[in-house]
Design a protein around this ligand. Sequence first.
Ligand code: 8DG
Ligand code: MG
Length: 317
Amino acid sequence: MPNTAVKYLHVVAAVIRDAAGNILLAQRPAHKHQGGKWEFPGGKVESGEIPLHALSRELDEELGIQLQQAQPLIKIRYVYSELAVLLDVWEVTAFSGIAHGREGQPVTWFSAEQLPALEFPPANYPIITAARLPVRCLITPEPQDPADFLQQLAVRLQAGIRLVVFRAKSLAADDYVALAGEVISLAHGFGAKVILNSPPLMLAQADGLHLTSTQLWGEKGVFPRREGQWLSASCHDERELQRAADIGVDFAFLSPVLPTLSHPGAAHLGWESFAALVENVNFPVYALGGMTPDHVVNARQHGGQGTAAIRSVWSSV
Ligand SMILES: Nc1nc2c([nH]c(=O)n2[C@H]2C[C@H](O)[C@@H](COP(=O)(O)OP(=O)(O)OP(=O)(O)O)O2)c(=O)[nH]1
Ligand SMILES: [Mg+2]
């Protein structure tokens, strides 16, 4: 939760991508705060400036490029001993000019997967997660026939899904592990990531572990993960998001944002409450519940990472 007694310095920063998906980073000058570390280019918002103008000005001043298109990606509040920052991070998808370090700073394009190995200011960890996560996430429906399930999954991967939460509550442990192994190798062949949903049945090849909102309240730190594996969680309200923050999740799903087919009359958050809840956490949050592909735009406008869905992205359900 943001500390309301703290005055946060508003900083805009950019995740700038080229056509191949590489991300442009700059090295902070040695004499500056967090000097020598890699950063997402950007700087302080000046008084009276709107964030997008500040971003456009900073990218021109620091890199000599002209901003053409950007969407909000994530906002992070972080308290350093010297100062507190609100990092207002935008994803830049179109610009003109050739990026170069106009202030003499080294600038380099990296693949998203190279980012975790680089040294950034400590506030940046969630930006790296947000930069590596896609806008759409598929949560699998309960598998019936494994061969049919894998075929359906391949169709969705072919259509561009790059993050899969493999959810299979009905399978016995052995069957879950066997199918999870196949899901992971299929997905990895497409460059997609797989999060498993059945602790403590964790596989080394999986990209992460997902907790239900009930599992969130288990003992802290007992989740079987290797270094580099993400931890994600399902949340429904502020209390669960706060708990997710306390146990150090990398990202979360917040639901139900809209009415769902399975619970048409049930209470739902709506986009404004979604935005208010997401504003107060420092990790990426997917909107879940009643999502169709068109809702990606709404999710981004309301501070979300994107959308997660079961039915709307699984043709046979
Ligand atoms: N640009 C940027 N700043 C970051 C990142 N992570 C992070 O903690 N910060 C902090 C470091 C600084 O305290 C602050 C940004 O200030 P800055 O030094 O870039 O500001 P500026 O470009 O306006 O520079 P100046 O006018 O002070 O020379 O935010 C990041 O990824 N990018
Ligand atoms: Mg700067």
